[in-house]
Design a protein around this ligand. Structure first.
Ligand SMILES: Nc1ncnc2c1ncn2[C@@H]1O[C@H](COP(=O)(O)OP(=O)(O)OP(=O)(O)O)[C@@H](O)[C@H]1O
Ligand SMILES: [Mg+2]
Length: 576
């Protein structure tokens, strides 16, 4: 029978390290956070062999005296919180007092540190948790920590490390995230002495993204002005409509300076883009949320990667409303607002599209306190935006058309543009509860299987509000006495069958009116017959004008781009 004993500190630290330090990037994360907590203005990160051989983080922050440095290596030694209630409002990255002793217990660890007030610094070396030496060390104020031979004291953990390339990729991503989250701090990242990125502090966010994420990403985003609600503020950069990614890799969310995984935020962002990017893909965004620390719980994950909000719904709604306001205002990205006077559409667009096409859809959703910073572009403008000055140059293989614009050259995808116009026209009718109907002189009749018949009965009010008039005249036999104006009578039977099948399959989507309308409009649009090749030039121009009256002219309801534009500057650059 074994006796119960208290573990030796080194063993206890190694166990704690299992949670804190899962891989080299986790070491860098802890060291970086300490540097930021120490109010560094400049941080340099070096690593080699994916961090397995060596990692160095050097800062110009507050530093520590020799005694503080020794104490910082004791478990639960922290300068950041004192009493349990401090946990309710954590404003620093660190609060456990676990990172340094954990790291020092599973590697060779050398810390050099000096506060500005001391004439010289201290060096402390530790190997596998055992003190090797402590001595004076001449240096500039700040702290430099070197970690090498990670996990050599605990070989079992070595085998869980991935290839050097994979571990390096984790490190690079992590440092990028912290550099974006802290634009006020200068960052330099090097692998084997080779610079990966360098970003001086205090650059505007867009420049920062260009330096850290690269030129291409910087061109794919648009500035989100500041939005405010009591106790919350939101700002950042948002991907332009139509720009999407297959993973969440470029969906960066920062809460109070901490890069976090927040399901609530990721979901709200993806939701806001749902008609602008294809299903199953993710938007590109750099979103900064600042809020009272008492409203966020960072103490829910051992590596503090996740946060929880005291009021998740409030955060979600704030995000969706703000992002939608930006997207609505910027969907027509890239073109000067001055070229967009509003003109009325005198005649209906193409056959089957009613004049309601130009009705602006509700502009609600702008957060009450909207604070554009002085540098931000004009206020979101929800007035129907009709872009003058597009001149048709030529058709391109029937489904596309080339235009000269006041600022360059554009190619329009006629089908996608038509779908956007049709979709918003149908939605506008739903929202206004005023469907434009066409009564049937000779009612159409349709026989339905029991399941679709049951769906039809259940969804009758919804279908009526969309402009359908069904009458049952026998078991499973129905008469269609009126159709919405956007549906061609010859397409009606096939459309109704498909619609009922869809409704049976996606029951949940049709339960709430707003979702049901959206789903219905999307199905209608997909089923709509292609109009591209049959449009006259005049109809094509009307389509363009109608497109720029929609709320989101940049993409079709399924997220495909409606047009691509090259500005004169783009063209000049391409010609070199
Ligand atoms: N780069 C640094 N500059 C100045 N002081 C530092 C630095 N790194 C660590 N310290 C000091 O050492 C203490 C211990 O650091 P450690 O990372 O172990 O714990 P913590 O940051 O308080 O909490 P956590 O375990 O959550 O990170 C810190 O509270 C801080 O006072
Ligand atoms: Mg720490």
């Amino acid at each position: 029978m074994s006796t119960i004993r208290i573990l030796e500190p080194t063993v206890a630290n190694q166990i704690a390290a299992g949670e804190v330090v899962e891989r080299p990037a986790a070491v860098i994360k802890e060291l970086l956070e300490n540097s930021l907590d120490a109010e560094a203005r400049r941080v340099t990160v070096d690593f080699s062999r994916g961090g397995k051989a060596q990692m160095i983080v050097e800062d110009d922050g507050k530093g520590m005296t020799g005694d503080e440095a020794l104490l910082s290596l004791e478990r639960h030694a922290t300068s950041k919180i004192q009493v349990a209630s401090d946990l309710d409002r954590i404003a620093t990255f660190g609060f456990r007092g676990e990172a340094l002793p954990s790291i020092a217990s599973v590697a060779r660890f050398t810390m050099q540190t000096r506060p500005a007030s001391a004439p010289s610094g201290t060096e402390i070396a530790i190997n596998g948790g055992k003190l090797v030496h402590r001595r004076d060390h001449g240096m500039a104020p700040g702290t430099r920590i070197e970690v090498s031979n990670l996990f050599h004291p605990v070989p079992a953990r070595l085998k869980f490390l991935k290839s050097d390339e994979t571990e390096a990729a984790h490190i690079v991503r992590l440092v990028r995230l912290y550099a974006i989250a802290h634009p006020e701090v200068g960052f330099l990242l090097r692998e084997d002495g080779r610079e990966i990125f360098r970003s001086p502090g205090n650059a505007p966010l867009l420049d920062r993204v260009r330096e850290i994420w690269g030129r291409q990403v910087a061109e794919e985003v648009t500035i989100m002005p500041s939005f405010a609600r009591p106790g919350m503020r939101l700002s950042g950069l948002l991907g332009k409509p139509g720009v999407s990614r297959g993973t969440r890799q470029d969906l960066v969310t920062v809460v109070n300076g901490r890069p976090v995984d927040s399901r609530t935020m990721a979901f709200a962002l993806t939701e806001s883009y749902h008609t602008l990017i294809p299903k199953g893909r993710y938007p590109l965004a750099f979103v900064f949320l600042e809020m009272d620390p008492a409203w966020v719980d960072v103490n829910v994950h051992p590596a503090k990667r996740e946060v929880r909000f005291r009021d998740e719904a409030k955060v979600r709604n704030f995000l969706i409303e703000s992002v939608l306001a930006v997207l609505r205002a910027r969907a027509d990205d890239g073109l000067p607002a001055a070229t967009i006077p509003s003109i009325a559409l005198a005649t209906p667009l193409a056959s089957g599209v009613p004049p309601t096409v130009s009705a602006p859809v509700s502009s609600s959703g702008t957060p009450a306190a909207y604070l554009p910073p002085s540098a931000a572009p004009a206020q979101p403008n929800h007035a129907p935006a009709v872009r003058l000055g597009w001149r048709l140059l030529s058709r391109l293989r029937e489904e596309r058309a080339v235009f000269e614009t006041p600022t360059g050259l554009a190619i329009l995808d006629i089908g996608a543009a038509h779908q956007r116009v049709l979709y918003e026209s149908i939605l506008a009718q739903f929202t206004a509860q005023k469907p434009v109907c066409q009564p049937m002189l000779v009612p159409l009749s349709i026989e339905l299987e029991p399941l679709p018949a049951a769906v039809l009965k259940e969804r009758m009010p919804l279908l009526a509000s969309a402009g359908f008039d069904f009458e049952e005249y026998g078991r499973n036999f129905w008469r269609i006495q009126a159709l919405p104006a956007w549906l061609e009578p010859e397409d009606a039977l096939a459309f109704v069958r498909d619609l009922l099948a869809e409704m049976a399959r996606r029951e949940g989507d049709f339960g709430r009116p707003s979702l049901a309308y959206d789903a219905l409009a999307k199905i209608a649009v997909i089923k709509a017959r292609r109009k591209g090749d049959s449009l006259s030039d005049a109809e094509l121009m009307e389509l363009v004008q109608a497109l720029f009256r929609t709320v989101q002219p940049g993409s079709c309801p399924r997220g495909r781009r409606t047009y691509i534009e090259w500005t004169d500057a783009d063209l000049t650059r391409r010609f070199g």
